[in-house]
Design a protein around this ligand. Structure first.
Ligand SMILES: [Zn+2]
Length: 83
């Protein structure tokens, strides 16, 4: 046997309303941007030996800026999801 009590709980949640590319300034808005957007969050922690060692950076970059960015690479990033 269980004795129960009914109560109201308040939950605070965060939702993304808009995302802006830190490179070009393009903004996407709408309820969908939290799970579907052409602007991605990139996060990186520089490793030991780097002159940026211990720096943790994150930025939002759109597909167009990503494409322009990697076009400057001597060796473009490998896509491990190629079918
Ligand atoms: Zn951009």
């Amino acid at each position: 046997m269980r004795e129960t009590n009914t109560y109201t709980e308040t939950i605070t949640k965060e939702e993304t309303l808009s995302i802006t590319c830190d490179c070009c300034g393009k903004t996407e808005e709408g309820e969908h941007v939290g799970y579907s957007s052409s602007i991605e969050r990139w996060t990186h922690e520089f490793g030991y030996g780097s002159r940026f060692d211990t720096d943790q950076v994150s930025f939002d970059i759109c597909d167009d800026c990503y494409e322009k960015w990697i076009s400057t690479f001597k060796h473009p990033p490998q896509n491990s999801n190629q079918d």
